[in-house]
Design a protein around this ligand. Structure first.
Ligand code: SF4
Ligand code: SF4
Length: 103
């Protein structure tokens, strides 16, 4: 089990009070956004995700670990998730489909 402290997701929308308004607005525009979940304690700063992301979502922090500097540019190709040797990145829908009653 990964604690919340280890998980970094600067663009998680789950707790946003305007979740449904924003989701509807994005759907009307045909835009789909994704979140890059980075487990920083697992990352060994190899730089693969930063170097090979086709849309250059990541910058590196002072320790060489990825920062999702341009999260809206993610196309969910999942290259980073599939090639990270330490399973330190997961890509998620930022506004996943679900029933309103679940919120
Ligand atoms: S899923 Fe693809 S586009 Fe998104 S951050 Fe990873 S490598 Fe970049
Ligand atoms: S590919 Fe994985 S281990 Fe390498 S810098 Fe990215 S998150 Fe860290």
């Amino acid at each position: 089990m990964v604690s919340g402290k280890d998980r970094e997701s600067p663009e998680t929308a789950d707790d946003s009070p305007d979740y449904w308004d924003r989701k509807t607005e994005l759907q009307k525009k045909g835009i789909k956004l994704f979140s890059q979940i980075i487990y920083r304690d697992w990352c060994k700063a190899c730089g693969i995700c930063v170097a090979f992301c086709p849309t250059r979502v990541y910058d590196r922090d002072e320790g060489g670990k990825p920062l999702a500097a341009r999260p809206d540019d993610c196309t969910s190709c999942r290259f980073c998730e599939l090639h990270c040797p330490d399973f330190a990145i997961t890509i998620e829908d930022r506004y996943p489909d679900r029933r309103k009653e679940e919120r």
